[in-house]
Design a protein around this ligand. Structure first.
Ligand code: MN9
Length: 302
């Protein structure tokens, strides 16, 4: 039912200037870079893209900027917002501009409010809805897995962006016919092994080619190759996760030529020393195979 949206989707970083204004030019060049690496599309304005913190105007501008460049690849738009009305508005906007699907984090509140929110969004959205299961960030959204399964059964719910390590639950959802996107980059290979049809991740911005290797190996049932590339990806994640994570992502992308600016949240390194230490550690410890594949050039190399 749902394989047309399978594949590798970077959780797009929203480029901002020093005044937190959206910078379309950088967004365009980042998108073209990711598409030329071979990704299947991109997922915008989610947790990585800080959709919930962006003004609606910029969330619309993001879609309008990227959509004309997608050349057949899929745009998934996170429309999660403080009110259901805003989410529905964004869903309609995404549909009007040719996005492939919408997605939303659960709203704050108890599981009844979550069900009502998803019910309304699914029924009012012209585009299919991808739920966002992220218990670490929304621990009270579902009281048990049955509640998640029941929402998956609603009309117009296509699948789940699954950011958790409970692969048993992931597989149960796959078996019911839902499209599952693995959410933790650290475990893409494991998610694919258990039946996920793709992945959405923040560090796909940094090394899309590595996640594509994992995905293509998995498609061929070559789990040994998938495991090896996952292990290499995780050596990079080991570095990034030692630092404030979203600032680290932005620093690494800036080094790659995509200056995404500050975060809406204001989160930053504790000092410029910490920033420099991250890049230095990347230069020293990024696995050779990854450096070669993504063309990571160390600052000190000739
Ligand atoms: O769901 C992402 N989650 C967030 C996707 O960004 C909050 C992941 O890609 C993680 O950032 C990544 C690092 O833990 O796996």
């Amino acid at each position: 039912m749902s394989t047309s949206l399978s594949g590798i989707y970077p959780a797009f970083l929203t480029p901002l200037d020093a005044d937190h204004r959206f910078v379309p030019k950088v967004a365009e060049s980042l998108l073209l870079h990711l598409l030329s690496a071979g990704v299947d599309g991109t997922y915008v304005a989610g947790s990585t893209g800080e959709g919930m913190r962006l003004p609606l105007r910029d969330r619309r501008a993001l879609v309008e900027t990227l959509m004309p460049l997608m050349s057949g690849k899929k745009l998934i738009v996170h429309v999660g917002a403080p009110t259901i009305d805003e989410a529905v508005l964004l869903a309609n906007h995404a549909a009007k501009h040719g996005a492939a699907a919408i997605s939303s984090l659960p709203p704050a509140g108890d599981s009844l409010q979550v069900r009502r929110f998803y019910e309304t969004l699914a029924s009012e959205s012209p585009l299919p809805l991808i739920l966002y299961y992220f218990p670490k960030v929304a621990p009270t959204a579902f009281e048990n897995s049955q509640e998640l399964i029941d929402i998956c059964d609603l009309p117009n719910v296509l699948g789940v962006k699954f950011t958790d390590f409970n692969f048993y639950l992931l597989q149960r959802l796959v078996k019911r016919g839902n499209l599952l996107f693995n959410g933790y980059d650290e475990a893409l290979a494991a998610g694919l092994l258990m039946g996920a049809q793709g992945g959405i991740g923040s560090t796909y911005n940094v090394m899309p080619q590595v996640y594509l290797k994992i995905f293509h190996a998995a498609l061929q049932g070559d789990w040994e190759t998938a495991r090896i590339w996952q292990s290499r990806a995780n050596s990079v994640l080991d570095i990034l996760l030692k630092y404030p994570f979203f600032p680290a992502l932005r620093a690494v992308m800036a080094r790659r030529g995509f200056n995404c600016g500050p975060l809406m949240s204001g989160q930053d390194f504790t000092s410029s020393t910490q920033h420099d230490a991250l890049l230095d550690e990347m230069d020293r410890n990024i696995p050779l195979e990854v450096a070669e594949l993504i063309q990571w050039h160390s600052a000190t190399a000739a």
